[in-house]
Design a protein around this ligand. Structure first.
Ligand SMILES: [Zn+2]
Length: 420
């Protein structure tokens, strides 16, 4: 039987062994795992979450790598399910085709193509498309809906098979795939061999600068093996025969980067945006361990504030719940020390409700329980949606309940609280 996880000893981008622990984090169970009974939920393993920085190239990463079969075993996320993502894909396709207008009938490959939502934007503009995504069920549905999708991990062998069958690609995209990939070099080599000489590779990653500026604690989970910044990526791409030619910061997922690269020596000019963003990173000392250490200090300051606020609650009979069985909530529970404070979490998701959260063994109840049980405090775990949750649960507040938002700063919200 394969081990559930392994530990890297070298930097994921440059192979250096000079790795510095910069943000110590409490271990967490895998996110989005729900179980019908307490015994199984309680038995789930906790894995290391510590963030390390490579002292050679500045890349920030998790060294603990959970076996993908364990991590993704019941992966059901469909990118096409949310309107925001579809609109984002439309904008990106538009932007990409403005930067590089391929000949009609050119070939586009999307790596980690999910339900084919992104590829559909290219398909309807007359381009040939192919998806690659190892999630078998989602890949099958995408193919059935008209976007041919190979249910495999991209590898150099698969890349060769694709180019033999379809020709080389004018555009290869990989959105939110880099962060999930342990063998980035293997992936980039495969992408390089898919590209035609004038082709471009477009990727989106969540951006370390936003994580630091906005305390985006919710982006820390075991699926995110890397937290990217531009300088380490440029060196990495160069070593692998690619040149970064364009960069754009976008607000999706709390703040992300879209990068465009071409084969080294390719025909496209390098946009000023690359130098501009690198120089901002240099000003902000983004590749220095002390920058990440001060982020870690802020985080432990928040945790202390939470523990001060909740001191003595058990003795005083003060009750607390959580709102939103979310991936980010999984991290928040561990990093803010909420496990023993929360009696239950409310959420209406049909695959989560009336189950128990893996590792923490906390029950998930329907949201109506919030007004029925009236806990004194409710921690907002899906904190990206804090405003919406507060606005939608005025009844609970009017009845004397209070919401607690932990990030980016500790906030206690009662009925008098002004949302603006
Ligand atoms: Zn490195």
């Amino acid at each position: 039987m394969k081990k559930n996880s392994s530990k890297r000893e070298t930097c994921r981008l440059c192979e250096s062994k000079k790795l510095d622990l910069v943000v110590p984090l409490a271990p967490t169970p895998l996110a989005e795992k729900y179980f019908p009974d307490s015994e199984t939920a309680g038995k789930q393993q906790f894995y290391d979450m510590d963030l390390h920085m490579c002292l050679e190239c500045g890349h920030v990463q998790l060294l603990e790598v959970v076996n993908p079969e364990v991590l993704w075993d019941d992966y059901t996320y469909h990118s096409g399910q949310t309107r925001g993502i579809i609109d984002h894909f439309e904008d990106c396709a538009e932007m990409i085709l403005k930067r590089h207008t391929p000949d009609k009938n050119s070939f586009v490959v999307d790596v980690g193509s999910n339900d084919g939502s992104f590829l559909r934007c290219f398909q309807k503009r007359g381009l040939r498309v192919l998806g690659v995504d190892p999630a078998r069920e989602i890949a099958r549905k995408a193919t059935d809906s008209g976007v041919e999708t190979l249910a495999e991990f991209l590898s150099p062998d698969l890349a060769e098979k694709i180019t033999t069958q379809h020709g080389s690609a004018s555009i290869v995209t990989a959105f939110n795939v880099f962060a999930h990939t342990d063998d980035l070099e293997g992936m980039v080599r495969s992408i390089r061999s898919l590209l035609s000489p004038e082709g471009i590779f477009v990727f989106e990653v969540s951006y370390l600068q936003n994580i630091i500026d906005d305390m985006l604690l919710g982006t820390f989970f075991h699926e995110h093996l890397s937290h990217h910044s531009v300088k380490p990526l440029i060196q990495f791409l160069e070593r692998n025969g690619l040149e970064l030619i364009d960069l754009q910061r976008v607000s999706i997922q709390g703040g992300s980067l879209i990068g465009i690269a071409q084969l080294a020596g390719g025909p496209h000019t390098v946009s000023a945006s690359v130098g501009e963003i690198v120089s901002i990173e240099e000003d902000r000392l983004l590749d220095r361990p002390e920058t990440l250490r001060s982020f870690a200090d802020k985080l432990s300051g928040l945790r202390q504030q939470v523990s001060k606020l909740t001191e003595g609650w058990a003795d005083q009979g003060i009750s607390a719940a959580g709102f939103g069985a979310a991936r980010s909530g999984n991290t928040l529970i561990a990093q803010m020390g909420l496990k023993d404070l929360i009696d239950y979490i409310v959420d209406d998701h049909p695959q989560k409700v009336n189950k128990r959260i893996g590792g923490y063994d906390i029950p998930v109840l329907p949201t109506k329980e919030l007004t029925e049980r009236r806990p004194d405090y409710t921690f907002i775990l899906a904190w990206i949606h804090a405003k919406k949750i507060i606005a939608g649960n005025r009844e609970y507040l009017k009845g004397g309940g209070k919401f607690i938002v932990c990030c980016p700063e500790l906030l206690v919200v009662d009925a008098e609280f002004d949302l603006k």
